[in-house]
Design a protein around this ligand. Sequence first.
Ligand code: ARG
Length: 475
Amino acid sequence: MIDRASPATPPAPAAAAEKPWGGRFDGPTDAFVEEFTASVAFDRRLYAHDIQGSIAHATMLAAVGVLSAAERDAIVAGLEAIRADIEAGRFPWSVQLEDVHMNIESALTARIGEVGKKLHTARSRNDQVATDIRLWLREEIDRLTGMLDRLLHALVDLAEREADTVLPGFTHLQAAQPVSFGHHLLAWFEMLLRDRERLQDCRKRTDALPLGAGALAGTSFPIDRALTARLLGFARICENSLDAVADRDFAIEFTACAALMMVHFSRMAEEMVLWSSQQFGFIELADAFCTGSSMMPQKKNPDVPELVRGKSGRVLGHLLALLTLMKSQPLAYNKDNQEDKEPLFDTADTLRGCLRAFGDLVPTMQVKRARMREAARAGFTTATDFADYLVRLGIPFRDAHAVVGAAVRLAVERDCELKDLSLAELQALDARIDERVYASLDVDAALAARAHRGGTAPAQVRAACAAARTRIAAA
Ligand code: ARG
């Protein structure tokens, strides 16, 4: 037990006394601990939202009579001046002041005097930080959604242009059936449209106000949370003070949406990498999105899709980090939560970078239609259509499958295509085969035949493109 009266006890050092929470402390914070516990290096990024939240809080306090109008005005003017200082790069961020919240609050008091100390009435950093992150994330979701829309429109535009382009469709990465390249691009579109819906859904749960929760139990002042929510444009308030400061579900949900989006990007990227290789030769990426090799003069590497593919790893990691961060935390706020920001920030930054990269790259992708068509014809991709033709002659599908299998074996032996087999050779496999078999082997006919909704017929692809544009707006 420390004897506070003892002359042997050194006076409380200035450093501890200067902390906004320094009152109950005798000794200074260890210098390493100060660094270790500080978040200002990364949470200063929340400054605009912190100030926005503080202005709304002060406005509400004045409305309910906790602050006078003059006090509110001094606080608001002081906060706005601080915002200008930060934006001009002349704000002295201090690690000793731990985080963005205490840096700004201390600067406010230094600037406007005693009244600055009243801002934190009826508030804790716990409800303050939860509010800041939600404000920041809501804005970030809106920005990312705008970028996603740009990519979605780019995919639809390209799909429409390439509706008639024939591409080999793959299963097991083996040539399977011909598809419209536009149809393939619209498959990417569907993946990303679901991501858009998920983002919007996550936004709903982000859009709630924690302020008023105080440290955990609320406040004894007659606050008006609905007013604060209105001032900050929140759709609703968090209904339970403990949950308001403890909840980071919205951060996890956002990162989960982002992780799945990155998985989608990695699949698109992988196809771009494959397609731009010499072996496929289906597309050529614009020079602006590639780099060369320092040793091999012939190289043009698809760096941008490769990097997008690689960046999926860090976002998947951030999701696991946030889930693990929240797992087993007792209510309500714990300092652990300070670890939410870096994964969250990096997730948004990574997503933004990838959206920008693909949004720029997709419209400039050069499509090598002749090469795609040639590849679509190889590998007996219309064998199913041959079998379907036999079914229309009244042959059961399983028998038809066996007949075409035998025809493929023959063509492999001859090293030719199915259409190069003579009618006599085909009739030897089944006497009912007639001239019309050759029409069934045509790749364009194979595409056009799949003329139902969701099918790959160019007319369907064009209709799907038109519908896609209205679906973006509605998602
Ligand atoms: N920097 C802290 C965080 O990010 C702010 C809240 C701190 N609250 C506290 N009671 N220590 O979570």
